[in-house]
Ligand binder design. Structure first.
Ligand code: RP5
Length: 190
């Protein structure tokens, strides 16, 4: 069975508004050619669907579920409680595009609400948590988990690290050449 043809990763989120952040998880997986299935499952708006999704994920043989949610963010924890598949939770700083006023566009606690809600799962039903809005890291961590099963992903990950290494060296060379002030004004277009 290959990760190229069959989705072995499920990406879910509590609301369509979360796609603003969660698309980075998909991009990270796409970079490694890993197929994923993307859906919206709301723990509080579609509670029965949540259970159905957990069954579906088991049936599909997903190796990892990436679950993003904002606010009280119970989706990752509830999914984890319904399945043995490892769940990576992405705490989302809620961007509420349904709010008419700018005042209520973001969650009251700037993502801390979701971070604590996901990371502080009581003992017995663990959820691995990435940083607030760090959906890309959830994608990369998923690649690492799958690399235990598909060794070619290990090579792709080594290559990915090498690319990161080179890009830092390139920027450092430029900083050395231009000097910090010029480098920063060029980078941030002051
Ligand atoms: C949570 O409530 C979702 O995960 C989302 O982050 C947040 C706001 O949802 P919407 O009001 O934008 O649908 O369930």
């Amino acid at each position: 069975m290959s990760y190229l043809k069959k989705p072995l990763v499920g990406i879910i989120m509590g609301s369509s508004s979360d796609s603003k952040v969660m698309h980075s998880a998909a991009t990270a997986l796409d970079e490694f050619g890993i197929k994923h299935e993307d859906q919206i499952v709301s723990a509080h708006r579609t509670p029965t669907r949540l259970l159905e999704y957990a069954k579906h994920a088991e049936k599909q043989g997903f190796r990892v579920i990436i679950a993003g949610a904002g606010g009280s963010a119970h989706l990752p924890g509830m999914i984890a409680s319904h399945t043995t598949i490892p769940v990576i939770g992405v705490p989302i700083m809620v961007y509420n595009d349904k709010a008419n006023s700018d005042k209520f566009k973001f969650s009251a606690f700037g993502g801390l609400d979701a971070l604590l809600s996901i990371s502080e799962m009581p003992t017995g039903s663990p959820v691995v948590t990435v940083g607030v809005n760090k959906a890309a890291n959830a994608g990369l961590y998923t690649v690492k988990i799958l690399a235990n099963e598909f060794p070619e992903l290990k090579n792709k990950l080594k290559n990915h690290k090498e690319v990161q290494h080179k890009s830092v060296l390139k920027e450092s060379d430029e900083m050395k050449k231009l000097g910090l002030a010029k480098f920063a004004s060029k980078k941030f277009k002051k």
